[in-house]
Design a protein around this ligand. Sequence first.
Ligand SMILES: C[S@@+](CC[C@H](N)C(=O)[O-])C[C@H]1O[C@@H](n2cnc3c(N)ncnc32)[C@H](O)[C@@H]1O
Length: 193
Amino acid sequence: MAQVHFDPDRYLELMAEEVPDYERLQEEAAAATAELAPVRRILELGTGTGETARRVLAYHPDAALVGIDASEAMLARACSALPHTDLRVARLEDPLPAGPFDLAVSALAVHHLPGPSKAALFGRIADALRPGGRFVLADVVVPDDPVDEITPIDGIYDVPSRVDEQLGWLAAAGFTPAVAWTQRDLAVLVADR
Ligand SMILES: C[S@@+](CC[C@H](N)C(=O)[O-])C[C@H]1O[C@@H](n2cnc3c(N)ncnc32)[C@H](O)[C@@H]1O
């Protein structure tokens, strides 16, 4: 899942090749937001072409979504598909858009940050959420058994972490985290503030 793959024209084709359970991961991530209420403001980290945002907004059609992504080209595609969203070119390492948000969600983006940066990001997400707000993290993870390593990982731009490490960083950030779904090297974590 190297950076060169962030070509909006080939994005879904490449995801189908490299993340065979891409659709399931997206559906599980969106479903993990369903029971939260009220959801008026959503923060999305790594919006890309808008695949995750579209599914999450289907559960929360009246919510306003602010999405950030480092790729202007990917966001331009999302902007066409989701014209009523507020999409900003920014990095996950940057200060986050001003909260409070009810829900934060991120799919297949946080694994690009090394462990300490993931932990720092989780703290900034907690600060951006209202009390009772939720963070849903859907991502590639380091599985317990190497035989479950399905997604190509370059170890440079892709630096996934184990589920237990991420649960620990989420708890340290003040969340109550849990595993909502996992399969091989993919996981959806739900973290309530
Ligand atoms: C695999 S795509 C995921 C997009 C969407 N969430 C989905 O699941 O289809 C990863 C996105 O994260 C963005 N990204 C990667 N590293 C980033 C960073 N450090 N800051 C902001 N965006 C980043 C990329 O530009 C890309 O659009």
